[in-house]
Design a protein around this ligand. Structure first.
Ligand SMILES: [Zn+2]
Length: 78
């Protein structure tokens, strides 16, 4: 089941560029365990696999309260 869709590029408070998502269903923030309501923006934090493993795997939803983000561009409406 799809719980979110990609909105576009966003910059976090610390200047890191990330991908912004919009919740379609309720998502739980992995950091504060708060609820990310449908329609709300959020980012995802890559969880690095242990060394020796390849690549990046799961990403945890992080609400904008934990990591404020600024939208750079949007793919919506295209
Ligand atoms: Zn949070």
């Amino acid at each position: 089941m799809v719980k979110s869709h990609r909105v576009g590029r966003a910059t976090l408070d610390d200047g890191v560029v990330t991908t912004a998502y919009r919740a379609v269903a309720t998502v739980e923030c992995a950091q504060c365990a708060g609820t990310i309501a449908p329609g709300a923006l959020f980012s995802r934090k890559s969880r690095r696999t242990p060394s020796g493993m390849f690549g990046l795997t799961a990403t945890d939803p992080i609400c904008v309260t934990c990591r404020p983000l600024r939208l750079e561009g949007t793919d919506e409406g295209r």
